[in-house]
Design a protein around this ligand. Structure first.
Ligand code: IVH
Length: 693
């Protein structure tokens, strides 16, 4: 996708655009805040460049085109070698054209390319003398930067001492991971400051702040290694000859963090197609990364090719940034809605002025809980930075505090349940209606009857509403004592539908414990967690006998979750008794029985002993076909666990096998990247044939 250029119609609009971009760049480089998001800034600069091409005699001296940092940044520490910016391309066509022009310039095709993520932070040069980190300098205007050595010791990945006593300069990007950003904003707001709008702004502001009462960690990724005037001659000569990929390997040997340690390591490639494929892979992985990237940087890898290509005043000719579509936009927070979920949780949701990110119109974003709103100091009418990557639910990164007009209004928290008017239990971070799951009984029952829980066919939302409205069910257990006469008395319920529904309800009584548990909707336990609990404890009696400590024996349940699960199961005791009395199954078939006599901390095993997938962690992605075609993702996971494996939804180094069907995207790419075994659905079906129902 090509970022469109802003349309500039006359000299006045041009002058205004120059002024706006200069202001934005200046604000950004001064304190890490900008009134324009990246996309808006890029569009304006493209528009300016387009207008200047047609009116070369009218180019204003302030114009940001052709300047490092848009001409905004300053500094007084000279760089030994200019710290340049990068030119951008936005599409495969533009990239291909760039490679062709580079080939013309150097007289042959680029020998080897390197491709690595374009990290979304800010550039710094780190000088090491005899292996010790002595100075940190920002990029500044490219020829001189600002001394930010006060940040030494706060940048993870940039060691105070290298593994070898060399005198070198490491260049790279300083950024905040998502976790570091959240921590930084919490600390900042706690100190009475205003939150930063996004991780990049937060790194820029934090790096430049000299006297602050607190320090917050950031992360460094190296992308350059060069000699300094004092570097030993032999080393200087060697560094001058090494390919970019070899320099990165050397930096890693010195102990500097590079992209090699991430899910998107730098690679080398010999053809344009390979590079473009890599761009797609990195784009697909973007949403899963714990740090922001805004593109892919492609470089001529060999020093010889770089020398022949040379550099312009703003950017090298041997490297290019392939920009990915922006995932962040600034919009306005119009309202906050409070919705009650099936467990009675009252969750705030942000209503936004519609904004388009990566082709989707965003009108809502999650807000987690009331404390989250307070912590982030959000107000109605605020301009907010909205982030959306991949299929992840959009989130508000932070308010853009410096764009406040003073008209913003506080967000009013509800005093009673917005659904039923009952009181609110505010004792935990997530507020809950005092009526609990009875507040939104329809949602709770629809969920319980769903395909991945009790799988009661014919009990959709409308029918549940009918049953609740008619007063026939007041909780989940009432479903199992419904009579033929009661159902026949409902509107649009004939004899056949009634009998079918009664049969489906009868069948549901025999569902495994894992599904019964899931149907109860204990907070913090979804489908896979319910399976793990059921497999571990095997019977409902054992689950109910477990205290927090015993509950923590189940994989994935930590000190925070365990007590709340135990408390909620106690709250559900009358309902569970009623379900058992109605004949609902309360055991997990096929799980290892717990050792006798240790009912209170009864330990089964979360993993099946034996089976073709014993000891394996399996991830399923894409559409299933053949014998597996009809299985939902949940049923696939159940199958994996029956066959002795562990199911997971995300690919990591711990994954043993990825079952990739048609349309598999980022998970497949990540598996290929990590060298994890891939299987097509048919191949997998053969492997576990004995376990398919
Ligand atoms: S190479 C002379 N590699 O992007 C080569 N830059 O928009 C210049 N950046 O100033 C830099 N990730 O701050 C390079 N893997 C990467 C990068 C990267 C992020 C930043 C860097 C640069 C800016 C240009």
């Amino acid at each position: 996708m090509t970022t469109p250029a802003a349309v500039i119609v006359d000299a006045a609009a041009y002058a205004q655009a120059v002024e706006d971009t200069v202001k934005a760049a200046a604000a950004y480089y001064a304190g890490g805040t900008s009134p324009l998001d990246d996309d808006a800034y890029d569009q304006l600069v493209r528009g300016i460049a387009a207008w200047e091409t047609g009116h070369p005699e009218q180019v204003l001296p302030d114009s940001p085109t052709g300047k490092v940092a848009g001409g905004a940044a300053e500094g007084d520490v000279p760089h030994t070698v200019a710290m340049l910016s990068l030119d951008n391309v936005f599409s495969p066509e533009e990239f291909t054209a760039w490679t062709a022009s580079l080939a013309r310039r150097i007289g042959h095709d680029v020998t080897v390319f390197s491709a690595e993520p374009k990290l979304d932070g800010l550039a710094i040069a780190a000088r090491y003398t005899d292996g010790r980190l002595t100075r940190l300098i920002t990029r500044g205007d490219g020829t001189a930067g600002e001394d930010v050595s006060h940040a030494i010791g706060t940048l993870e990945g940039l060691p105070l001492e290298l593994a070898e006593p060399v005198t070198v300069e490491v260049r790279g990007e300083v950024l905040m991971t998502t976790a570091q950003f959240e921590h930084a904003n919490e600390v900042r707001v706690a100190h009475g400051g205003q939150p930063f709008a996004n991780p990049r702004g937060a790194s820029a502001g934090t790096l430049r702040a000299k006297e602050r009462a607190y320090t917050v960690p950031m992360t460094f990724f190296g992308y350059g290694l060069l000699p300094l005037p004092d570097t030993e001659a032999a080393l200087a000569a060697r560094l001058g000859e090494l390919a970019h990929s070899a320099l990165m390997a050397q930096a890693a040997v010195y102990g500097v963090n590079t992209t090699a340690a991430t899910a998107v390591p730098g690679i080398t490639a010999t053809t344009v197609e390979q590079v473009l494929a890599r761009v797609q892979e990195i784009a697909a992985l973007r949403a899963t990364l714990p740090f922001g990237i805004d593109g892919v940087v492609i470089k001529a890898d060999l020093a010889a090719d770089q020398h022949t290509a040379g550099s312009g005043t703003r950017a090298p000719r041997w490297a290019i940034a392939y920009k990915l579509p922006a995932v962040e936009k600034i919009t306005r927070l119009l309202d906050v809605e409070w919705n009650v979920g099936r467990t009675g949780i009252i969750a705030p949701r942000a209503v936004l002025e519609p904004v388009t990110i990566e082709g989707s119109t965003i009108t809502y974003a999650t807000l987690h809980n009331p404390a989250d709103i307070t912590r982030r100091d959000l107000r109605l009418g605020d301009r907010v930075m909205v982030h959306r990557a991949g299929d992840v639910i959009p989130r508000i990164e932070a308010p853009v505090a410096h764009l406040r007009t003073g008209d913003e209004q506080p967000i009013v928290f509800p005093e009673v349940c917005p659904r039923c008017g009952a009181g609110i239990d505010t004792s935990e971070q997530r507020w809950r209606c005092e009526m609990g799951r009875n507040c939104h009984l329809v949602a709770a029952l629809s969920y319980a009857a769903g395909r991945d829980q009790l799988d009661i066919e014919g009990l959709g939302h409308t029918r549940v509403v009918q049953l609740v409205d008619a007063g026939l069910v007041a909780d989940l257990a009432d479903l199992f004592t419904l009579t033929r006469e009661q159902l026949l008395g409902l509107e649009r319920m004939g004899a056949t539908s009634t009998d079918n529904l009664l049969t489906a309800i009868e069948t549901a009584k025999g569902q495994p414990l894992s599904r019964v548990l899931c149907a109860l909707g204990v907070r913090g336990t979804g489908r896979s967690m319910s399976r793990r609990i059921a497999r571990y404890f095997v019977t409902m009696d054992h689950i109910r006998a477990a205290d927090a400590e015993a509950m923590q024996q189940v994989e994935g349940i930590g000190t925070e979750k365990a007590p709340s699960i135990v408390a909620e199961l106690a709250e559900l005791a009358p309902l569970i008794d009623k379900l058992a009395a109605a004949g609902v199954n309360m055991t997990e078939p096929g799980a290892t029985p717990p050792a006798p006599g240790i009912a209170d901390s009864s330990a089964g095993s979360t993993e099946q002993v034996g089976g073709p997938l014993a000891g394996m962690t399996v991830v399923v992605t894409g559409a299933m076909t053949g014998a597996l075609e009809k299985l939902s993702r949940n049923q696939m996971n159940e199958l994996i666990e029956r066959a002795g494996g562990r199911s997971s939804s995300s690919v990591s180094r711990k994954t043993s096998l990825v079952v990739a069907g048609e349309g598999a995207g980022s998970k497949r790419a990540k598996a290929e990247d990590l060298g994890i075994r891939l299987a097509a659905p048919d191949e997998f079906a053969t492997l576990i044939a004995d376990f398919i129902d």
